[in-house]
Design a protein around this ligand. Sequence first.
Ligand code: ZN
Ligand code: ZN
Length: 218
Amino acid sequence: MNIRHHFDDATLLAYSSGSLPRGMSLLVGSHLCWCEECRGRARQADCVGGELLEEIEPAELEVGTLETLMARLDDAEPEVSKQVAVADANPDSGLPAPLASILGKPLDALEWRRIGYGVQQYDLKLEGPGATRLLRIAPGVSVPHHSHKGNELTLILRGSYSDELGRFCVGDVADVDTEVNHQPIVDTDQECICFIATDAPLRFTGLMGRLAQPFIGL
Ligand code: ZN
Ligand code: ZN
């Protein structure tokens, strides 16, 4: 696997601090299974987070406060976060282990729902904020042009697509925020299956996008 697109530092710090929504955390953990480079950066992010915690003045902590703080840290930890950082890709399904264990079956056995021309969706139905879904897009089909109200993480599981940011192949992640306005187009040689997690709904631009929004429900 030749990974060329990775998370930005802010995403890895948020992952390390446990502040990402569950779906995004699952997506980051899945990429980490495949990407040694991001695993190293995630370890650095863990250290930065630890130092921030050490900067809290001990005098500020009253009796019982530390317990409360630790309990809060435990609560904030998404169930999927740490265990996935050490897990390996599941050789049976070709999927990263954290995602494979949540899906419970191979990609082709999922109950896909058709949501538009050449586009099928599988909603992981994780608790919000944001949405966690797989999109299965036929060769050559494009997703409507859209911008983002929040952050959108995409991990390519099969095939490839290209957009204003470059070409994305299996293992690559697209880490986009409100600055980005893009239109992914799937390469023509095979279908593309992407794992997408957002922390806010997408905002479609252009007439086709606005028409498609209530239909696709992205
Ligand atoms: Zn990476
Ligand atoms: Zn997008």
